[in-house]
Ligand binder design. Structure first.
Ligand code: HEC
Length: 299
């Protein structure tokens, strides 16, 4: 897992970057930029070296949806329905799709093509310069949400249903018990985000979002929906759980993917959370269906 430290970029260096870009005619993308397109859009699921991860390896000798150039182009342009592989033709330009296809073919022919960068990474955003250091590199199962409780204690959710303490930069291996049962792991669900109450120091409330089904099974064919609870931690025990959001059974859905939940408290104390499109893009526009929405809970 990686933590980012933020250093403001001095205005002067921002100006210099701008001027240099201007001088080389608009910083146009390099001619063979397939690796950049891949890194920015695909590596998160298919792995930095195309070795697979959340999604299949793109280095397999025989690929399920075809290994020749035109099949790969088609897969990228049109996506694979009912999977995480979305269609990219409305997000990437034709030039980018061709470039990333050629990059995949190039790596398939010669895996040495992938440049493995050694961390720490430096990332520059519009406003900040980020330095990324590795703190924990094993022991976490699919970290999703992170909250800094105080200067030495951090809470991290793991998608497979674990909540971890990190103390002084080290993972505490003692499990937290009494957590809600989650499901939908193979559907990109599980234990999702967490948030601390703005008044956590006094009331101790911790908010959790997770994929839930009323039968409380881990069977991913059972209809379910995101559920939001809050509770408190007494050391390694989850207690005093209260349900804040749970839909009626008639609104549960079967086999929805992309649960995508994030929490945010605003300054007025409203808690916002999202529910992903769950592979039902059209439902996002229908206010009576739960998926594809941002919700607000008043304290
Ligand atoms: C959110 C995750 C995700 C992202 C991001 C993603 N993919 Fe995929 N991709 C998948 C999944 C899942 C599959 C396998 C679908 C299936 O089960 O058939 C897949 C399949 C593929 C395949 C077919 C593999 C085969 O075995 O036939 C190709 C090629 C591919 N992706 C290329 C890309 C490219 C290029 C990008 C970036 C532009 C990208 N993917 C981004 C999830 C993703």
């Amino acid at each position: 897992m990686a933590i980012a430290f933020i250093h403001p970029v001095p205005l002067l260096s921002r100006l210099l970057v701008f001027i240099v870009c201007f001088a080389i005619a608009g910083c146009s993308a390099p001619k063979n930029h397939g690796d950049e397109v891949y890194k920015a859009n695909c590596a998160g699921c298919h792995g930095a070296q195309l070795q697979g991860g959340a999604a299949s390896a793109l280095t397999k000798v025989v690929m399920k949806h075809g290994s020749d150039r035109s099949s790969i182009l088609k897969t990228i342009r049109e996506g694979i329905p009912s999977t995480e592989m979305m269609k990219w033709d409305s997000t990437l330009s034709n030039n980018d799709i061709e470039a990333v296809t050629d990059y995949i073919l190039q790596v398939r022919a010669d895996p040495q093509t992938v440049k493995v960068e050694d961390k720490p990474l430096q990332v520059e955003t519009k406003l900040y310069k980020l330095k990324i250091e590795r703190i924990i590199s094993s022991g976490l199962n699919g970290p999703w949400g992170i909250e800094f409780v105080d200067s030495t204690h951090v809470l991290i959710t793991g998608k497979t249903g674990e909540l971890y303490w990190m103390v002084n930069g080290k993972l505490d291996t003692q499990k937290i018990s009494g957590l809600p049962k989650i499901y939908g792991l193979d559907l990109y669900g599980g234990l999702l985000d967490l948030a601390l109450d703005p008044d956590y120091a006094h009331n101790g409330w911790i908010y959790l979002a997770f994929s839930s089904n009323p039968q409380n099974t881990i069977d991913s064919t059972a209809p379910g929906m995101t559920k939001i609870v809050r509770g408190k931690l007494r050391g390694h025990q989850w207690t005093e759980e209260e349900v804040l959001f749970q839909v009626n059974d008639s609104l549960l859905i079967r086999g929805g993917t992309r649960w995508g939940c994030r929490f945010l408290f605003d300054k007025q104390g409203y808690l916002y959370f999202s529910i992903g499109d769950m592979n039902r893009a059209d439902d996002s526009q229908i206010l009576t269906r739960p998926s594809g929405k941002i919700y607000r809970i008043q304290q």
